[in-house]
Design a protein around this ligand. Structure first.
Ligand code: FNR
Length: 373
């Protein structure tokens, strides 16, 4: 039954069901469950996409003739279209090419990529293997400042254009599928960070199994806004705060010097019974959207979904699970095909609603948003 629920949540958008089937064959059922799954009864996973689907455009006509210009300025540079790959750890579970291939697929289309703190391929490997492209590096505040700082340093050295500090994992969400499968992600696929000198130093200090050392630094439930401030103060790179749903948290991030925020509920993998990301977007945009860019993820499955998020204030949108499934199903080529389809759908939607550019979408009315915060 869990399976059927997960499939319903994820299949929005042509071909996703096929991708799930193919991914199960290549990566195995437990890894696909790890990708599809969410916290608790997965209500938030479902709500993320369902809430976007409740929205409708009020289109304008004869206002934006010709080919729309999808390009957009984001933190750290320009993208051909307002789309990035969400940070997702351990992509080696899904394909040998792992993050190098998702990054290469994004770069081949002029789109962005965000590399997880717990990636299978390290930042240097991605930087070397994926060629030029706009990439962000996600970090967590860990219970060891030197290791946290090491993650940031890798971003600086690897030519990443921004640091994304994820703040919605004080504890890891309760994911029933993983428990039922006995799936321990770090045992199956150790992240690249364990090979770093900074981690080896910690391992020498603490001894024991490297997985226990990792568990001792992440998650770090005692971390606070001061730690986020410390990350921001430690680097010349712009820092985006990911996992923001409340306007006051967005203001706090801005006050601390964040270069932007990412409205996200981690794809429903953390708090179950959580506001959907799209329901939270308008209020966050009203709070800080005039001063810093607001990015968005969780539940986006089609280019039309991207257009709706842009209309509600997102500067650009990150997409997660569909791209990981595509990676499993066919590596870089499938990821690029999926991204290309979303970009084409977005351009098509922009013509039909009468928007010549992503900024133009902001002037298109959307019905169906709730009263908000
Ligand atoms: C994630 N996500 C995530 N986020 C993050 O900041 N750091 C991470 O390491 C991971 N790892 C991760 C692994 C897997 C398998 C998934 C599916 C997701 C969350 C991710 O960045 C993003 O917020 C959601 O995936 C977006 O929702 P959709 O597009 O998957 O619905």
């Amino acid at each position: 039954m869990v399976d059927a629920v997960g499939t319903v949540h994820i299949v929005k958008g042509a071909g996703l069901e096929d991708l799930i089937r193919a991914a199960r064959e290549t990566a195995g059922a437990a890894a696909v469950d790890y990708c599809l799954g969410g916290a608790g009864d997965e209500s938030t996973v479902g709500r993320n996409t369902a809430a976007i689907d409740r929205l409708v455009f009020v289109p304008r006509v004869l206002r934006a003739p010709g080919e729309p210009d999808l390009s957009v300025r984001v933190t750290g540079g320009e993208l051909a279209a307002p789309l990035l790959v969400s940070p997702m750890g351990l992509q080696g579970l899904y394909h040998r090419g792992a993050e190098v291939e998702t990054a290469r697929a994004a770069a081949s289309l002029g789109l962005g990529h965000c590399l997880s703190a717990f990636s299978s391929a390290g930042p240097a490997e991605v930087a070397a293997g994926a060629g030029p492209g706009l990439r962000w590096r996600q970090v967590y505040v860990l219970r060891d400042w030197e290791l946290t700082r090491h993650l940031v340093e890798q971003a600086e050295e690897g030519g990443f254009r921004a640091v994304v500090c994820t703040v919605d994992v004080p504890v890891v969400g309760r994911r029933d599928r993983d428990r039922a499968n006995g799936f321990d992600r770090f045992s199956v696929e150790p992240p690249a960070i364990v090979h770093s000198a900074a981690f080896k130093r910690l391992h020498r200090e603490r001894g024991g199994d490297p997985r226990d050392v990792l568990d001792s630094v992440f998650p770090y439930p005692e971390s606070t806004w001061d730690d986020v401030g410390r990350v921001i103060a430690s680097t010349g790179l712009p820092v985006l705060v990911k996992g923001i749903l409340h306007p006051d948290d967005a203001r706090r991030a801005h006050e601390l010097g964040a270069a932007g925020v990412i409205v996200s509920n981690h794809g429903g993998r953390q708090l179950d019974r959580c506001v959907s990301s799209i329901e939270a977007l308008p209020a966050v945009h009203r709070a800080v959207g005039d001063v810093i860019p607001v990015y968005f993820d969780s539940g986006v499955r089609t280019g039309t979904h991207v257009a709706l998020a842009l209309a509600l204030g997102a500067r650009a949108v990150l997409v997660g699970r569909p791209l990981l499934l595509a990676l499993a199903a066919g590596g870089e080529e499938q990821v690029a095909a999926r991204l290309e389809d979303m970009v084409s759908d977005l351009g098509h939607t922009m013509r039909l609603v009468g928007a010549a550019s992503p900024a133009g979408l902001r002037r298109i009315n959307v019905l169906g948003t709730g009263p908000g915060l």
